[in-house]
Design a protein around this ligand. Structure first.
Ligand code: FEO
Ligand code: CA
Ligand code: CA
Length: 604
């Protein structure tokens, strides 16, 4: 039998020995769906205080503030509109600035971010700016939308990626204005396409210095980092930036599958530039939906769209190495009933050697979860998909995933791999569209409002393996309101409950950090759950404890650490989205997405 062939007995034995303290993986798989909802059968014992938690969990709240456990403190590192260069003006609290000020400033709605070390007290931050809230961006306009070309340009520049140097001065981190590394990447930035779609004329290429390029990146959601020192930005909700005034416009079935509608998100970029107009043949829709690689240490370098990693609503890109040294990238497609994917490079990563083709030449797989706790990665190729042109698999990956038999998931958000083991976790944030009849193993609840985190263990602990075992790590829920499956799994209590897990990261100690993007009304099904939050999970015991509560109407997303790991940078996205926050500047000021720097208080 070949090494990667599935050997049930052997694998089960390995799992038993690794998980003997709780056997939760085997138990829930073998209990079946009905057993899964029995809060007495699934989950973890919570009676003992976990000595691995460095803090006491805090209660939920609805304050317009960041709340942390005692012993921890935060400062605001940077907020939307703060200038990265000294020649640009400070953020204008009355009208949110102009295209000029925004072009030189930190973008809006910060999301995935990574810290690249220069030295212990200096590093480069690379941060996604996912979207904007028009009524805040255009607060100075009567219509609260773009009313002229300058407003449109401002809207574009508030999106994209921000790169900036920070340094620690005494105990505080601060921006280094005018650093040679500071850079804004937007939907106007020329980029290269690599992989098979490099020559596919269904993308809208421009010629630039003898090379064909595409313009820009948008809807930059989660992130990833390569071992060769580059940043991966993931284009998620790109479809919403394409729209048209043409009344009889109807998207075809493939476009519908990608969520394209006549009105998009309502940004109306098509009013100002034809490339965003769906009714024009030369629209740029096929230019987006990729993982894009950026070298933060080379400010003049062109970002590269890595088409080999497929095209869908890319959430984040969790890059790990297989036992042999292949590059493996786990990726979620954040759409109702969409899939989980994995890319495996053909060649091996070798430190210091040429890595330029590792994200171009490889295989793309879709995940299939069997109800008995087993799973497999199905290779997407012409045989498995029936798509004769291999480029179609990369351009219309969702169609390929369906044809190959992938398991429909409850909106896969961030994937995170445990650095201390080979286990991998993914937040499935919610799925109001799944009916009870359509439930499946890792997605066991219809009309799923709360979401869950699943885990899988690759066969032979090798990320390149095509077989795995899976289980549910936690079913989020509200045990204060519900006493059925909506109350969540046993490791959810009224003290630690949360809704809609989204961001997910491991720290170097192997603690798992969960960030939420849930309903923040604190009423009805969400009564007592408070504002969005960040929690820490001990994956060995399943215990979860709340570490941070964000200000009103925000999402918590984006997490990285300083080079010495003593500071945790956390993203506060869209505080006051519904008009009820003044974070971080206080009463009377415009709410602004921000990065905060969290650290332990100095002992006096
Ligand atoms: Fe940008 Fe699915 O979150
Ligand atoms: Ca997200
Ligand atoms: Ca989300």
């Amino acid at each position: 039998m070949k090494k990667q062939d599935y050997q049930d007995t052997e694998f089960s034995e390995i799992l038993k020995s690794r998980y003997s303290r709780r056997s939760f993986l085997l138990s829930s798989a073998l209990l079946g769906i009905s057993g899964l909802f029995n809060r007495k059968l699934i989950g973890f014992e919570l009676n003992e205080k976990n000595p691995n938690f460095p803090f006491d969990g805090i209660p939920s709240n609805i304050k317009d503030a960041v709340t942390l456990p005692s012993g921890y403190d935060f400062e605001v590192l940077l907020s939307w509109g703060d200038p990265l260069w000294s020649k640009f003006p400070q953020f204008d609290q009355r009208n949110s600035g102009t295209s000029y000020s925004q072009k030189g400033a930190f973008g809006d709605n910060n999301d995935g971010m990574e810290c690249f070390s220069i030295e212990n007290n200096r590093c480069l931050m690379v941060v996604n700016n996912e979207y904007t809230n028009s009524h805040i961006l255009h607060q100075g306009r009567e219509t609260k939308t773009a009313e002229n070309h300058d407003d449109h340009q401002k809207s574009k520049y508030a999106h994209g990626v921000s790169i900036f140097e920070i340094k620690r001065k005494e105990s505080l981190w601060e921006l280094v204005q005018d650093s040679k590394f500071n850079r804004r990447i937007t939907v106007d930035t020329p980029m290269l396409v690599e992989g098979a779609l490099k020559f596919d004329r269904r993308l809208n290429f421009r010629e630039d210095a003898g090379k064909h390029i595409v313009l820009g990146t948008i809807s930059n959601c989660g992130s990833g980092k390569t071992p060769w020192g580059t940043f991966l930005t993931c284009e998620e909700g790109f479809k919403g930036y394409f729209s048209t005034n043409q009344k009889n416009y109807t998207p075809d079935d493939v476009l519908k599958r990608y969520g394209v509608t006549r009105d998009g998100y309502g940004y109306k970029w098509h009013d100002f530039e034809e490339r965003f107009d769906l009714s024009k043949d030369e629209n740029d829709l096929n230019n987006f939906g990729y993982v894009v690689e950026i070298d933060p240490f080379s400010p003049s370098s062109k970002p590269v769209k890595r088409s080999a990693l497929g095209r869908f609503n890319h959430e984040n890109a969790e890059l790990v190495l297989s036992k042999e040294g292949k590059v493996v990238v786990y990726m979620g497609d954040d759409g109702h009933g969409e899939f989980l994917y994995k890319y495996v490079s053909n060649n091996l990563y070798r430190s210091g050697k040429d890595s330029s083709d590792l994200l171009n030449e490889g295989q793309l797989y879709v995940a299939k979860f069997h109800p008995d706790g087993k799973g497999e990665w199905i290779l997407l190729n012409p045989d498995s998909t029936g798509m004769k042109n291999p480029n179609d698999i990369l351009l219309f990956t969702r169609i390929a995933g369906t044809a190959a038999g992938g398991t429909t998931m409850d909106r896969p958000e961030w994937v995170a791999a445990d650095p201390k083991s080979s286990s991998v976790y993914c937040c499935l944030t919610n799925n109001r569209k799944r009916t009870k009849e359509e439930t499946n193993g890792p997605n066991p609840r219809g009309k799923n409002k709360y979401g869950q985190i699943i885990k899988w263990e690759p066969f032979d602990f090798d990320h390149a393996a095509t077989k795995f075992r899976w289980d549910i790590f936690v079913l989020a829920g509200n045990p204060k309101v519900h006493h059925d499956e909506r109350g969540g799994s046993k490791n959810i209590t009224v003290e630690n409950m949360f809704a809609c897990p989204d961001g997910l990261r491991f720290d170097k100690e192997g603690n798992m950090w969960i960030q939420t993007d849930g309903n923040y009304t604190n009423t009805g099904d969400f009564k007592g759950m408070g504002n969005n939050q960040m929690l820490m999970a001990d994956t060995k015991t399943g215990q979860i404890s709340r570490f941070l509560v964000g200000p009103k109407e925000c999402e918590i997303t984006g997490l990285t650490w300083s080079p010495d790991k003593n500071t945790m940078f956390v993203g506060i996205q869209h505080p006051g989205r519904d008009g009820n926050s003044n974070f971080p500047d206080g009463i009377g000021n415009t709410p602004r997405s921000s990065i905060i720097a969290v650290s332990r208080k100095e002992k006096s």
